[in-house]
Write a protein of this length. Sequence first.
Length: 215
Amino acid sequence: MEANIPAMRALSALLAVGCVGAAEFVVRDAQVELVALPTSFSYELSGSSASTSGDDGFKSGTGLRVGTRWSWSMPGSSFGALAGADLVADGFTYSGGGGMAAYGLRGALGGGWAVSDRWQILGELGATYGRANLDLPGTASAPAQSAAGSFLGYDARLGASWQVARGLNVGLSAGWLKTSYALDGAGVNIDLERSGLFVGLGISWRIDDAPPTLE
């Protein structure tokens, strides 16, 4: 019996190490994220007498996301599914004055991996719908233009989240998006399409960090 004691201790130590390394994937967060948005766009203007198209860009683009994320996973699993919803507010400035403001609702589905108790990798596919207002300054060849309408966007993102304290996480994400705007004003229809890479920095608060149970 005494000869088996060292072996039993070694087995207990291995089991303890295994339990420590098996981080469980849990996300039940409220979050705020600031996003640097792509600014280049293509456009098509059409009216009663003429139409034109081309490429242009805003001087800057910034987005704010306020929302929640919720995960589903098997008890003890480091992997799980993820769903979320965000209120979206985007602001763009244009050289010479004016710009565009857009507000909407974003839904997302994805998944994640708990690398450790403090680190998580998250991936999402999202869709956003909302309203936008565009104001462009006048030039020597064209008058000032104002238009409003709806937009629909899609995006894919990959991010990492680090727990800095109990219930508090900091995250960095990057991805690609494509957004189409259908605007009109003063008898002119403006179809605008914006696409490109984006980077986001966010803070999240874990509402509940209890892992799923077998019950």
